[in-house]
Design a protein around this ligand. Structure first.
Ligand SMILES: NC(=O)c1ccc[n+]([C@@H]2O[C@H](COP(=O)([O-])OP(=O)(O)OC[C@H]3O[C@@H](n4cnc5c(N)ncnc54)[C@H](OP(=O)(O)O)[C@@H]3O)[C@@H](O)[C@H]2O)c1
Length: 280
């Protein structure tokens, strides 16, 4: 049986395995995985004994029809060079690495390529996975990959040129939102005896409730503000402060994150350029 392979059992590799199995879109028997640190695979085997684990990425590449590359962006080229002679022409390569473009991947692998940026929130079945396929991915192959990610949240198939800003709004957002909330908590502390963790509990519960209310009642952010910020009231005063101060902060946030995307892509371009385009 040709399998679904993963190279890299880190934060995202482990999240994907947990999510694919708990959503029942995949069975343990359908998965094969390799990673750098073998002890990690031993622990995985204790949890999921029917998952096939292998020590050698090349061995894994031979066995699978879809291969998820779940390693750090700077490792992707090395992995592709390592496995390129072992894979079949029919392999569907799925890279989840930030800033590794389809063009870079195609410079090493001249076959079916999909770029996906998942979100850590898929661990609990929510969040958006961003997807873009190359021209060699037919509708059936596209559907298979899209179904996997649909099972663990929602998907958005986008043009590759939109990946950077879309990633800032999806996969980066849990980190960015957490940083915003930590400042919210910090600024409130001088006004009470609440501990940071009490304050965090209050905010998380309110944040979760707000998202649930929006989803279940089909409300937008403006409607939520209208429901809470009564005219001449306290929330209205706070919203005014945020509307004045936040635009320049978010401008700076996007300028910086987009610049960083560019920097990483530049380094990766040098790595991938050293490779001549070669058919497998
Ligand atoms: N974290 C996110 O929210 C997120 C969201 C979207 C996309 N991504 C992308 O997902 C990718 C993985 O991110 P991550 O957060 O999961 O990173 P991570 O926790 O550092 O995991 C990377 C994994 O790759 C393994 N690895 C590295 N080189 C390898 C090699 N030569 N052979 C086999 N395995 C190798 C590492 O193994 P060892 O642990 O044994 O060293 C590690 O388990 C990155 O490219 C990132 O851009 C991440």
């Amino acid at each position: 049986m040709q399998k679904i392979g993963l190279i890299g059992y880190g934060s995202m590799g482990s999240m994907l395995i947990d999510a694919f199995l708990s959503s029942q879109i995949l069975k343990q028997e359908e998965i094969i995985i390799s990673t750098r640190t073998q002890t990690k695979l031993e622990l995985l085997k204790q949890r999921f004994p029917k998952i096939q684990t292998v020590k050698d990425n090349r061995l894994l590449a031979k066995e699978c029809k879809i291969l998820f590359v779940c390693v750090e962006p700077m490792e992707v080229k090395r992995i592709l060079d390592e496995i390129r002679k072992e894979v079949s022409r029919e392999l569907h390569l799925v890279s989840i690495a930030a800033c590794v473009t389809i063009e870079y991947l195609e410079s090493v692998f001249n076959g079916k390529v999909t770029k996906v940026i998942p979100s850590v929130t898929s661990e609990v079945g929510f969040g958006v996975s961003l997807i873009c396929h190359n021209s060699k991915v037919g509708s059936e192959d596209a559907l298979v990959v899209e179904s996997l990610f649909n099972a663990i949240g929602s998907i958005k198939v986008i043009k590759e040129k939109h990946f950077e800003i879309a990633a800032d709004l999806t996969s980066c957002a849990p980190g960015l939102i957490s940083a915003i909330f930590l400042e919210y908590i910090k600024a409130s502390l001088p006004y009470s005896d609440f501990s940071p963790s009490d304050t965090e509990d209050m905010l998380v519960s309110t944040f979760y409730g707000t998202a649930k209310l929006m989803q279940e009642r089909n409300l937008g952010f403006n409607e939520i503000i209208k429901r809470v910020a009564t005219s001449g009231g306290i929330t209205e005063r706070g919203v005014e402060v945020l509307r004045k101060g936040l635009p320049s902060l978010f401008d700076s946030l996007f300028k910086n994150t987009l610049e960083k995307h560019g920097e990483i892509k530049g380094v990766l371009k040098t790595q991938f350029n050293s490779n001549l385009r070669t058919d497998l």
